[in-house]
Design a protein around this ligand. Structure first.
Ligand SMILES: [Zn+2]
Length: 332
C-alpha cells in the first residue's frame, strides 16, 4: 500500500488498524465463547488450554510490529525494503516569529531532504536480476553500430568512460526543476516552492526504463533556500555523485560505478543548476552563446565566435559579473 502512489499515506494506517480490529480483536471474542462452551465439556488438559491461549495471543498481536507508521518504517528499513531520506543541514536562515505581540527574527536551520543514491542503488541492484539485465542490455546497445537509440551509444558517454577499462559503469541522468505546492496564483505563491532533483538510469532494459518507480527522487529543498545559499545547496549531492563515480558500490561481489552523463531540465532549471542567469531579459541570457539581447531578436544563424566553451565558462565564473557574462557567482 505504501508503494502505491494512489493510496494516501495516512490511509494505510487506517486500513491496518481496521483489519487488526476485525481479524484480531474479534477473533478472541469468538474463540473465548467457543472455549467456554465447548472445551470445558471435553475436559481438555491445562496444557492444551494454555497452548490455545498462546495461539490466540499470537493471532491477536500479529499486527503489533506494523500498527504504527513508525514501526512500519523501522521494520522495512531493517529488512532492507526501504531507503529513507536523510535530512542534511545546509545553513541557518532567519524566520519571523511572533512573541509578545512583536515579530522577531529567529534563526532556524535550513535543510534539504536527500535520498542516498549509494544506499538506493545497492538496495535496488542487490535484489533480483536487475544488475544482470542492465549489463546485458548495455552490452547489446554497444554492439549496435548503425543506429543510435540510447545515450550509451553516444561519443560523449564513450569519452566519459574511457578510463574505466572493463569496469561496470552505468550512466546517470539528472533532472532538476522547481515546482509549486498549494495555490500557485495566491498571495503566498512561491513560499512553498520546492526544487526537486531526480535521477534516471538510461541503461535499464527498455520495458522498465520509463516506469515511474525507476525514476528515483534524489533531493528536495525549498527553492527560496537555493536563492539564499546559492548552488552550495547541491554540495552533498555532488559529494555522493563523486563517490559513485570514483569508488562505486559493491553489488553481489562486484563493484559497479555510476557516472553522470547528462543533466536535464527546462531553461530555467538548467540555468539555475549551472549558475547561468535566471532572468531571461538580461543582456546575456543564452547559455549556448554570448549573444546580447538586441542581436538575439534578429539573429537567424549561429555565430561560431560567440559560442560558449568550457574555457570561456571557467573564465566567466572567475569574472563574476552576471551583467557582462550571463553567469552568476554561485555555480557548481
Ligand atoms: Zn545563443
Amino acid at each position: 500500500m505504501y508503494n502505491n502512489s494512489i493510496v494516501p499515506r495516512k490511509f494505510v494506517q487506517f486500513v491496518i488498524r481496521n483489519i487488526e480490529k476485525i481479524l484480531c480483536k474479534g477473533f478472541r471474542k469468538v474463540l473465548n465463547g467457543f472455549k467456554r462452551n465447548r472445551l470445558s465439556e471435553l475436559n481438555k488438559t491445562v496444557e492444551n488450554l494454555n497452548f490455545l491461549e498462546q495461539m490466540v495471543n499470537t493471532v491477536e498481536n500479529r499486527f503489533q510490529d506494523v500498527n504504527t507508521e513508525y514501526k512500519c518504517t523501522k521494520l522495512y528499513e531493517e529488512s532492507g525494503l526501504l531507503v529513507s531520506s536523510k535530512t542534511v543541514q545546509i545553513g541557518e536562515k532567519m524566520k519571523p516569529s511572533r512573541s509578545n505581540n512583536d515579530v522577531v527574527l529567529k534563526p532556524v536551520s535550513a535543510c534539504i531532504k536527500m535520498i542516498s543514491l549509494i544506499d538506493l542503488f545497492t538496495n535496488v541492484l542487490t535484489s533480483g536480476e536487475l544488475l544482470n539485465d542492465m549489463k546485458t542490455h548495455y552490452s547489446e546497445l554497444l554492439k549496435e553500430t548503425n543506429v543510435v537509440s540510447n545515450f550509451v551509444q553516444c561519443n560523449l558517454w564513450k569519452s566519459k568512460v574511457f578510463n574505466y577499462d572493463d569496469k561496470t559503469v552505468f550512466p546517470l541522468i539528472l533532472f532538476f526543476d522547481d515546482y509549486e505546492l498549494g495555490n500557485a496564483l495566491g498571495s503566498r505563491a512561491g513560499k512553498n516552492k520546492l526544487g526537486a532533483v531526480y535521477v534516471s538510469l538510461p541503461s535499464l532494459p527498455p520495458h522498465i526504463t520509463s516506469k515511474l518507480s525507476n525514476i528515483f527522487l534524489f533531493a528536495l529543498f525549498y527553492s527560496n533556500d537555493r536563492k539564499l545559499f546559492g548552488n552550495n545547496i547541491f554540495s552533498k549531492l555532488i559529494e555522493e555523485l563523486q563517490y559513485l563515480q570514483d569508488n562505486g558500490i559493491l553489488v553481489l561481489n562486484e563493484t559497479v560505478y555510476f557516472k553522470v552523463g547528462l543533466i536535464f531540465g527546462d531553461n530555467l532549471g538548467v540555468h539555475g543548476i549551472f549558475g547561468f542567469t535566471e532572468s531571461f531579459s538580461c543582456t546575456y541570457s543564452c547559455r549556448f552563446c554570448r549573444v546580447d539581447k538586441n542581436r538575439m531578436h534578429t539573429m537567424t544563424t549561429q555565430d561560431d565566435d560567440l559560442m560558449r566553451s568550457i574555457n570561456s565558462y571557467n573564465h566567466d565564473v572567475l569574472v563574476n559579473n552576471v551583467t557582462e557574462t550571463g553567469i552568476k557567482e554561485n555555480c557548481i
